[in-house]
Every structure is written in structure tokens, then in C-alpha cells.
Design a protein around this ligand. Structure first.
Ligand code: S3P
Length: 431
């Protein structure tokens, strides 16, 4: 399926975005191992999270769909999962396979995990290696660096991990394994990655202490079912925030968005570029900060970014590159090598697709260099099967001259079902 996008004069609108993908995954996984019935509101019914729901069902947990974005999970407690009779398929979802690997390593049964062609290329060794140090028995292609992964549940030893990358998926896998270990498990990361696992496990009753970049979890807690309200996804909001920032005369408000500080790097980066952002209606739900974000168009300027900011906007770099195309001067993004191992090689796919519009963009060893300017032309883009690349091209198309056709946009449903409709509504057009 293709998406046709025309340039648009200005955007004046108030919108909502679907529930946060990271928090939606965790809400189902953690409710499955909590005692009792959990109700989840504003769940993201995107393809990735629906794969998590299917996997949890195959592990013997009843999940009722109350509506398209509301679930009831009949949790069976820490030791209530049962051996699936078939392979678990995570589709395109790195979060599902990595978190499940940690969760299943300490069960007393056997599981096989696989996923689509992109998942079977992505590195699993970063999770498998430290889990094996805890005593996990995991097999897979290339000594379990690649899925499919086979996991024979084993007794696990609690230990202190110093992880080499700021990865919430890796940290979460180890903390989940820690629930089943013989003593406490600690994870120290080199920079802060998203902390939704710590927040939600704590809200369900797990004993987690946090001190700086270290999280320590005690085994065998009594996790209690809860009502979970999933905030809007800031990673989805980012597309319309950038649209508001770069289309002259625009003012866009996105309501009820998660503004956990480990996720708001995109707001910091846009602020550094000169964007005008305000946050109102701030409140907290189950340890997660939520607010309405308003952005108004301003002239932007190029920035240099890297270091600890990168994990706080790791999924937003393609759309940040789109903002940089509209900025005065050069934007340099460093320390973003993790982007090479996402759903696509996002340094390469961002550079390739934006250059089709006439953007001067260069892929470096660990990032991107973008020369801001104007006078871009509509074109034909490829999604590379990557939802965030498809949506970044669609927003880029709003400021180009003439129409843009984006090929193979089915992948957008992975994180943002309804994106094309929202785009159509706010810009008065669409596909
Ligand atoms: C996620 C963590 C990030 C992010 C991904 C979702 C999560 O990956 O890119 O989209 O839900 O934990 P890493 O932890 O591998 O950086």
C-alpha cells in the first residue's frame, strides 16, 4: 500500500496519539505474572503489541479485548505461565522478543521464540550473554546471537550486570529474569534508558531500588493486578510535533502524552533548535508523567547532539533529521550507532530517503550530518519496512513542493494505527 502526501500551508489542530508502545507491551507482560485481573486502558492496538498479547495467550493467560484499546488480563502470578505448545512469534517486535527472553529464562518449561525477517537479523546476543551468566539455557543461530531462540527454563543466579549499552530492552530482560533468581539482581547502564519497567514493576509491588544508573530488583515479589492507564506515545507525538515545528504558521497540541524524562529528549532537542514548546495539564499515573504538549512554528537552527541525550530520543532520530532539514545551518547527530540495528538501519534509511527530497544529508560512522535549507521537492520514497521511516517521510512531504508517494506503508500499523487519518485531518489531505 502507498501513502500519497501533498504539501500543506499550515496546521492548527488539537490531536491525540495512540497509547505508548513500550508501556503497552509491559502492561500485558507484567499483568500476566501479577495475581488477579488487570484492566488496561488506552492500550496501543498496534501490530507489535498485539504480538505480545498473542504470546501471552500462548503462555496460558486469558486476555479479553474489551474494546480496540482496552484489555482485561487474567494474571496467574509469578509462577502461573505454562509451556506453549507451539513457537511464539513476536512479528517485528524487538521489545517482545527481548523482554520475553528474560521472563522465560527462569520458568520451568521450554519455549521457542521467533519473529519476522527483520527480527531474525537483529542482535540477541546482548540479552543472551548476561542471561547465560545467570544460568539461563538458551540456544539459537550463531550461538544464540540470532533468533529463533530456544529457551529451556533453568534456576537463575542473581548478580550485578554492568551493561555496555544504554538499552531498556536489555535492562528490562535482566530485571525480569531477576524476579526468578535466587538473590537480588542489579543492572547498571552507561546512560539512562527508558525506565518504564522499573516504574510499572514498582507500581505492581516489586521491590526495586534505584540509585543513579543502577536498578536493583529483589526476587519472588507478590505482584498485584492493577488498573493501568497507558499514556499517549511521545514517539508517535514526535511526528506531529515536528510537523508543527517546520510548517510555517502552525500550532499543534497533542493531548495526554507520556512525558517521562527518559523519553523527552525530542522536546529538549527541538527546544535547542529554537522551537516554541509548552506543556500543560501535567499529572502522573502509575509512576508515569503525562501532559498536553503544544508546539508553535518558529525559525529553527541547526544543533550538535550526542552523548546521554541519544538514548532519550533513540526512536526519534529519523523525525529529528526531518526537523533539521528545515533548520538554518548544520545539524550533527553523534553516538547514534544503535540506530543501525533497529527495524531497519535507520542511519542509512533516513539518509537515503531524505536525500530523495533534495536534502543534503550524510551518514557518518555513528550518526548523521544534515544541512538545513529549503526548496525540497516531492518524490517517491521507500519505507524500508520501517514504521518510523515511513512516517518521517510523510512529515517531510508536508514541506516539499509537489506530492510525495511513500511505498509499503503497512508497517505504520506497528506503532501508529490511524496515522494516515490523523495526517489527513490535520493537513486537510492524505492518501
Ligand atoms: C524499547 C527500547 C528501545 C527502543 C524501542 C523500544 C523498549 O530499544 O528503541 O523502540 O520498549 O524497551 P533499546 O532498548 O534496544 O534501545
Amino acid at each position: 500500500m502507498d501513502l500519497l502526501v501533498h504539501p500543506c500551508p499550515s496546521i492548527q489542530n488539537e490531536i491525540e496519539v495512540p497509547g505508548d508502545k513500550s508501556i503497552s507491551h509491559r502492561s500485558v507482560l507484567f499483568s500476566a505474572i501479577a495475581d488477579g485481573i488487570s484492566e488496561i486502558q488506552n492500550f496501543l492496538p498496534g501490530a507489535d503489541c498485539l504480538h505480545t498479547v498473542n504470546c501471552v495467550r500462548q503462555l496460558g493467560i486469558e486476555v479479553e479485548e474489551l474494546s480496540s484499546d482496552a484489555l482485561r488480563v487474567h494474571g496467574k502470578g509469578l509462577h502461573g505461565l505454562s509451556e506453549p505448545v507451539d513457537v511464539l512469534n513476536v512479528g517485528n517486535s524487538g521489545t517482545t522478543i527481548r523482554l520475553l527472553t528474560g521472563l522465560l529464562a527462569g520458568q520451568d518449561f521450554y519455549t521457542v521464540l521467533t519473529g519476522d525477517e527483520s527480527i531474525r537479523r537483529r542482535p540477541m546476543g546482548r540479552v543472551v550473554k548476561p542471561l547465560r551468566q545467570m544460568g539461563a539455557a538458551i540456544w539459537g543461530r550463531k550461538d544464540a546471537q540470532l533468533a529463533p531462540l530456544a529457551i529451556a527454563g533453568n534456576p537463575l543466579r542473581g548478580m550485578h550486570h554492568q551493561i555496555p549499552v544504554a538499552s531498556a530492552q536489555l535492562k528490562s530482560a535482566l530485571l525480569l529474569a531477576g524476579l526468578y533468581a535466587d538473590k537480588e539482581t542489579a543492572v547498571t547502564e552507561p546512560a539512562f534508558s527508558r525506565d518504564h519497567t522499573e516504574n510499572m514493576l514498582q507500581a505492581l509491588g516489586a521491590k526495586i531500588q534505584r540509585s543513579g544508573r543502577t536498578a536493583v530488583i529483589q526476587p519472588a515479589p507478590l505482584l498485584k493486578a492493577q488498573k493501568i492507564l497507558v499514556p499517549g506515545d511521545i514517539s508517535s507525538a514526535a511526528f506531529f510535533l515536528v510537523a508543527g515545528a517546520i510548517v510555517p504558521g502552525s500550532k499543534v497540541t497533542i493531548k495526554q502524552v507520556g512525558i517521562n524524562p527518559t523519553r523527552t529528549g525530542i522536546l529538549d532537542a527541538l527546544d535547542m533548535m529554537g522551537a516554541h514548546i509548552t506543556i500543560s495539564n501535567r499529572h502522573t499515573s502509575a509512576g508515569e508523567a503525562i501532559g498536553d504538549i503544544t508546539i508553535e512554528h518558529r525559525d529553527l537552527h541547526g544543533i550538535e547532539l550526542g552523548g546521554d541525550l541519544v538514548p532519550r530520543l533513540i526512536d526519534e532520530i529519523p523525525i529529528l533529521a526531518v526537523a533539521a532539514t528545515a533548520a538554518e545551518g548544520q545539524t550533527i547527530i553523534r553516538n547514534a550507532e544503535e540506530l543501525k540495528i533497529k527495524e531497519s538501519n535507520r542511519l542509512q534509511s533516513t539518509a537515503r530517503e531524505l536525500s530523495r527530497f533534495g536534502v543534503k544529508i550524510q551518514e557518518t560512522q555513528d550518526g548523521l550530518i544534515i544541512e538545513g535549507g529549503r526548496g525540497y521537492t516531492g518524490t517517491v520514497c521507500s519505507s524500508h519496512g520501517d514504521h518510523r521511516i515511513a512516517m518521517s517521510c510523510a512529515i517531510m512531504a508536508l514541506t516539499a513542493q509537489g506530492p510525495t508517494r511513500i511505498r509499503n506503508v503497512e508497517c505504520i500499523d506497528i506503532s501508529f494505527p490511524g496515522f494516515a487519518d490523523t495526517l489527513q485531518r490535520i493537513s486537510g489531505q492524505g492518501n
